[in-house]
Write a protein that binds this ligand. Structure first.
Ligand code: AKG
Length: 298
């Protein structure tokens, strides 16, 4: 065990990570779907049980063309606006000045704020999380053609728990495709069913880790053996579809994506909903919390 971290372990931490020198595999200790299914709910019984079992659900043609064109135009405007303008919430690709991500769009952009309050999204997320929700994090990932770099395998929850203080697994992401997602332009890959296992990571988190990790993550990534055994057991899926589709995925689902060497951008907006009953506490690493553009501290 890492000695200076050992002093900061929180007794009530149900998902310790970045503490031991070897990875540990723990069973999930939280539900996946927090509501009882009824026919009045926003998902069919088949969709709800698919999500419970696999940790994700892909919904094609979820939004209208009219809604989509508004969000796509805004995406292009932001990409242009931030080409030369620096801001803390704008992250550039690790090897170029291209815009990789723009964070907190639900806060500083009226169009994406409306999207984050979309009644269809709110209904599904409140059903799955069994309570009212709020946005824990939002970001556009542009993944430009030729230069858009990968996002290495990770469980979001591992980072949100250790670095932000999210107590339990009661949050989910909606990845909304604003460009067509193909198998060849760096779409999200998921390990179905991996949300039921927590893989602790190895290595102490450096201070201000987010400055590097948002461009290229090196801590809070699982080891090769754990990833190999998860993928051997469960396989890898790549839910792809046209712009306007949405991928819902549990906060502990193992996922990642490859670089985009195709000419076609793969631009998605990610909205992370957290249950109001799962608000952030102090980071479990014992370190200072990350800035609020990455993690809302309500
Ligand atoms: O945009 C992607 O391909 C992956 C994004 C991701 O995994 C994340 O934001 O946590």
């Amino acid at each position: 065990m890492n000695s200076n971290r050992a002093n900061t372990i929180i007794a009530s931490d149900r998902y310790p990570s970045r503490i031991d020198e070897v990875p540990v595999r723990l069973d999930r200790r939280d539900p996946v779907v927090y509501s009882e299914w009824t026919s009045e709910g926003p998902l069919t019984e088949v969709q709800s049980s698919f999500y419970e079992r696999n940790g994700y659900l892909f919904l094609e043609q979820f939004f209208s063309d009219q809604e989509l064109s508004l969000w796509k135009n805004e995406l292009s405007r932001l990409q242009e606006a931030y080409r030369d303008q620096e801001a803390a919430h704008v992250i550039r690709e690790p090897e170029s000045r291209e815009v990789r991500s723009v964070f907190a769009v639900h806060e500083h952009n009226a169009i994406y704020q409306d999207l984050s309050n979309h009644p269809k999204l709110k209904a599904i997320t409140s059903y799955l999380l069994g309570s009212d929700t709020y946005i824990h994090q939002s970001r556009i990932n542009f993944k430009p053609g030729f230069t858009g770099k990968e996002f290495y395998w990770h469980s979001d929850f591992e980072t949100w728990h250790v670095e932000d203080g999210m107590p339990g697994m009661r949050a989910l992401s909606c990845s909304i495709a604003l460009s067509d997602n193909y198998a060849y332009n760096g779409p999200l890959m998921v390990i179905p069913g991996s949300h039921k296992t927590f893989i602790s990571c190895v290595g102490q988190t450096p201070d201000d880790h987010f400055k590097e990790s948002l461009r290229k993550q090196e801590y809070g990534v699982p080891d090769h053996d754990s990833l190999r055994s998860l993928a051997d057991e469960k396989g890898i899926q790549m839910p792809v579809g046209k712009a306007g589709s949405v991928l819902l995925f549990d906060c502990n689902l193992m996922h990642g994506s490859s670089s985009n060497i195709s000419p076609f951008p793969r631009s998605n907006v990610f909205l992370v909903y957290n249950s109001v009953d799962n608000r952030l506490v102090k980071p479990y690493s014992g370190q200072s919390p990350r800035p609020s553009f990455i993690a809302t501290r309500a």
